[in-house]
Ligand binder design. Sequence first.
Ligand code: GLC
Length: 572
Amino acid sequence: MREVFYRAYWIKGCTPLNVGLRLNVMVVYLCFPKVLLFYNSRKMVNASFAIPVSEFAELKIDTNYDSSNLEQKTKLRHIERHKSCGVSKAILSDGCGGQPCHRNQTLEEDAAWDALKKSIVYFRGKPIGTVAAIDKSQGELNYDQVFMRDFVPSALAFLMKGEPLIVKNFLVETARLQSREKTVDLFKLGQGVMPASFKVHHSDPTKKTEILLADFGEIAIGRVAPVDSGLWWIFLLNAYTSYTVDKSLADTPDCQNAMCLILKLWLSEGFDTSPALLCADGCSMIDRRMGIYGYPIEIQALFFMALRCALRLLKGSGNDFVSQILKRIKALRYHLHSYYWLDFQRLNDIYRYKTEEYSETALNKFNVIPESIPDWIFDFMPSRGGYFIGNVSPARMDFRWFCLGNFIAILSSLATGEQAEAILDLVEGRWEELIGQMPLKICYPAMENQEWQIVTGCDPKNTRWSYHNGGSWPVLLWLLVAVSVKLGRPHIGRNALELMEQRLAKDDFPEYYDGRAGRYVGKQARKFQTWSVAGYLVAKMLLDDPTKIGIVSLPEDGDIREPVLKRSNSFP
Ligand code: GLC
C-alpha cells in the first residue's frame, strides 16, 4: 500500500486543481479503506497482464462441434410463462390483443438475428457469450471481448427466443472466472469481483488449446473494477431461472457460492452513513470519467435489483444473507426515495433550502447550496413527471437524468407505482430531449466547455452530446420498452422503436449516435455493436409478447420470504 501511495500521490509539478483532486482522493482512501478496491488505482508500475498458465486447465477443442448448429443443439423448451410478472391489464387491449404476435420477421430483424449469431463466442466447443462488436474497419481495442454488461441484452434475446444454453454456459464460466485471484499492482482485489470482460485465448494454436483471459479492471482504461458486473450476473441468473422455470442451475454450489461472494463484498460494512454503495467514477456502463463517482443512481438501482433477485435465489447457507438484504433493501429504498427523487414540488423545496443546518431534524441534510442548482433543470422539470437524480453526496446533487438507473428503478420496483408513472410522464413530456431522432439519451444534459474540461478531464471521446456525455445509445431501447410494457403504456416503447427502425439496420447497428437529437452516427461508434443489435431484438420480442416482461421485471411486493428456520429455532 505504501508503494501505491508514493507512486500515485506524490505531488510534483501539479496544477492546483490536480492537487485538490489528488488530496480529495487520498482522504477518501484514508477514510474508506474497505472501498479501496472500487477506486481508481493509478497504475505506475508497468506490470503486463499475464495470468499464470498453470491456473488454467488446457483442453483440446472438440473438433466435432459444429458451431453453426446452435439451434439444433439447443433443446427448445416450451416454457410456461410467469403470471406474477405484473403486466398491466391495459396491454391486453393493445396491439395483438395481449397474445403473442405471430407475424413475419422483418428485414431489420433478419439482419439483427444474423448479426447476433455471428457475434457468438465459443469456448471448447460451447457457446459462452457474444463479442462486444464485430467492426473490422476499426482498431480492435477490447471490443473483441465478451463484456458482462453487454451480454445482458444478448442473453435476454436468446432466452426470449428459447435458447437458454448459451446463457447457462456464460453464467457457469463467469462464476469460474470470479474465483481467480486478482491483483492491481501490489493490491489484491476482493474475491467477489466479477470480470468486466473476458476473451478466449488460443494459448497454443498448434495444439488447439483454449483458455479464458479475464479483465477485472487491472488492464481496463482507467483501471476501475466494474461494480456493475456482479450485479448484472445476479440479475441474469434470476432472468434465466424465471424463464426456464428451473432452479437447478441457481441451486448448484457454484452459483450459490458466486452469489454469496458478490453479496459479501457488496454488503461489506465501511464508514458509510448511507445504505448507498460508494463507487469510483467509471465503474458501470459509463466506464470513463464523467463525474459519477460517489453514489451514482446507475449503480444504486442495479444494486437494489440484484439484492431483490438474490432474495429469490439464495438457499442453504446463503440464507444467512437474507435478513441483511432485507434491512438493506428497506434502507436503500428509503434513502433513494427521500434524497434522489425529484419532481416539481421537490425542486421548489430545494430551491428554498436553508443551509448550514445542524442536528437530526435538518431539512437540508446534505447541505446543498441552492445556488449550485443548474439553470437547465428549472426548464427541464415538467409540472407533471419526475425522476431519480444522478447522485447525492455532501453539498452535491447531480441533477442529470440517467436513463439506465431510472428504468432499472422501475423494473426492480424501487420506484413506487406513482413514481414509475411519473418517470414515463417525464419521458413523454421531454421526448425531444430524451428520445430525439434516435433513442435514447444515456444521460441528459451534456456537459460543455469548462465543465466538460474539469469533470471529464478534457476527454475527447466524451465531448458534448457524444458517447457517454449525452450521446444516444440504441441498446437502451430494451429498457424503455420493458418499462412501458410493465406500466401498460407500450405505445411509448413502440413509438421509440419505430423511430429506431428507420435507421438502425441501415446504419449497420452503431454503438451510439451523436448530437442533441441523436441524428449522427457516433464519431467513434463501432458498427455491428452487439448490444445495439440485441437491445433492438429484445424490444421487438417484448412488444410482440408482453408476457415475457416477467423475465426482467420484479413485482412490487416480492420480498416477503418465509423466515428461515434454523436448528436453534426448533430446538431451543
Ligand atoms: C464502452 C462502453 C461500455 C461497454 C464497452 C463494450 O466502453 O462504455 O459500457 O461495456 O464499450 O461495448
